[in-house]
Design a protein around this ligand. Structure first.
Ligand code: IPD
Ligand code: CA
Length: 309
């Protein structure tokens, strides 16, 4: 890994995240201009675009030699993430939640080096909740995080992730005891959609009917927040196909640093690329990670999700 001062990057990203948070909170989702990309559920607002402009301006000024990939300036088939230190940024992850004023949206700021997540900062301004991770240095969560910065009082102490402690996190059982996060994503037809729908049904079905009988299924509406909840140990598993590198880069670093693991959302692949667009994340556990991945893959069966880059 090229020599990069990861702590300096982290500190800058936290400062940028708070500025983005102020912009997001200042926006009025009911009156801002909104457009669609792929289809009616793939939304972009003027706030997404304004936040990305601010983030890229600040990061290019602070780290002029690093590359920058952001959701709102990405060009399909053209933009590539190379081995160079690269900021991988989603200005608002959870845009659908944002436009509904559902308080589950965040800014997701990742740095990848050699295409490996090295720093992650995810900030939900609605809950003033900050998640951070630096490769080799652990992952943290902080509530009331901006109060410290704005001098309004003290943010709560940062707590190390997972919340129960990194030394001996609870073991994972089988799917029937798991809280699983899944997302429909924006592609609503074709084989990927059919496979997701079949798998959701099978996850929920009773064991007698060949299902996984999962403890519960959630959709936080933000890939980054799903990954952070896995890192915290609040979710056991998160499965998604269709999201992009900017949705997962920051949260992936935080998950790794909290003892979690990321496999492919397609059965049989223990390693997955940053931009594979198919992910299966599992929380840190003293045992049972491999077993629950294999059980999940058996529920998926023979199907595979394939997405274009
Ligand atoms: C979306 C969210 C959502 C996921 C979609 C993403 P956006 O990102 O992360 O949870 O299911 O695949 O596109 O559009 O809010 O940035
Ligand atoms: Ca986004």
């Amino acid at each position: 890994m090229a020599s990069v001062n990861l702590q300096q990057v982290h500190d800058t990203l936290v400062s940028v995240a708070f500025e983005a948070g102020r912009m997001i909170l200042a926006a009025n989702p009911s009156s801002i201009s909104t457009d669609t990309k792929l289809n009616a559920v793939d939304i972009v607002t003027e706030t997404d675009q304004a936040v990305e402009r601010m983030v890229s301006t600040r990061l290019r000024a602070a780290f002029p030699t690093f590359a920058f990939v952001g959701e709102e300036t990405y060009q399909a088939g053209v933009t590539r993430i190379t081995d160079a230190p690269t900021f991988v940024v989603d200005p608002i992850d959870g845009t659908t939640n944002f436009v509904h004023s559902f308080p589950n949206a965040c800014i997701s700021l990742g740095l990848v080096v050699d295409r490996v997540p090295a720093v992650g900062v995810v900030y939900n301004p609605f809950q003033d909740l900050l998640f951070t991770g630096v490769k080799g240095k652990g992952a943290f969560m902080q509530r009331n995080a901006s109060l410290e910065v704005e001098g309004k009082g003290r943010g709560e102490k940062k707590v190390r992730l997972p919340l129960g402690g990194l030394a001996n996190p609870p073991p994972l059982g089988d799917l029937s005891s798991a809280l699983v996060s899944i997302e429909w994503g924006s592609q609503r037809d074709g084989e990927n959609f059919e496979l997701k729908a079949r798998t959701f049904r099978k996850l929920a079905a009773s064991k007698e009917n060949g299902g996984g009988m999962v403890g519960g299924m959630r959709s936080l509406g933000s890939a980054a927040l799903n990954l952070c909840a896995c890192a915290a140990g609040q979710l056991d598993i998160y499965w998604e196909g269709g999201c992009y590198a900017w949705d997962v880069a920051a949260g992936w670093c935080i998950l790794n640093e909290a003892g979690g693991m990321m496999a492919s959302g397609n059965p049989g692949e223990w390693e997955t690329e940053l931009d594979s667009r198919v992910y299966l994340a599992v929380r840190g556990a003293s045992r049972g990670q491999k077993e629950i991945v294999e059980e999940f893959w058996r529920v998926i069966g023979d199907g595979r999700m394939e997405y274009k880059h």
